[in-house]
Design a protein around this ligand. Sequence first.
Ligand SMILES: [Zn+2]
Length: 165
Amino acid sequence: MPPAFAGGQTDFWSKPRRVWLQRRVAGRIEEVNEVYFADGQLLRDPYIRACRLLRDVRAGEAVQMSPVLLDILCGIQGVAIAHGIDRPLITNSGYRSPKTNSATEGAAKNSLHMQGRAWDGRMPDYPAKMLAQIAQYLQGGGVGLYVASNFCHVDDGRLRTWRGA
Ligand SMILES: [Zn+2]
């Protein structure tokens, strides 16, 4: 199921869906900024590129990320763009292998990161709190706000919110 999407953006899901992701890996910036879904289907190559960016960097493993998670990220950017803010989502973490997850401080034991269904990150010069507010408004799944570390967690699991450090 796609995010419920409160509000009046009824044509949102009929439009092509784009994500703009960035990630710093070993001092280099990786980027995916493209339409991954159009005409009712996932576009294979852009989807694979997004999955690759969202890989477990530590383990060097990529998996098929949840398309609903991508929709949540797309929705967050859509709302931000509607407010005049068109910026990349900076990725801290996407997929995590069980080994990486257990080595991640504060990670939940059954984290949805291990199923390719969760994302941690932020937008440049944008408070993580605002990002979390947008994500909550979208009602796509879980939303965690980490104020001190300045990032937001989103996943496509059940609706819930929490605050971390
Ligand atoms: Zn997370």
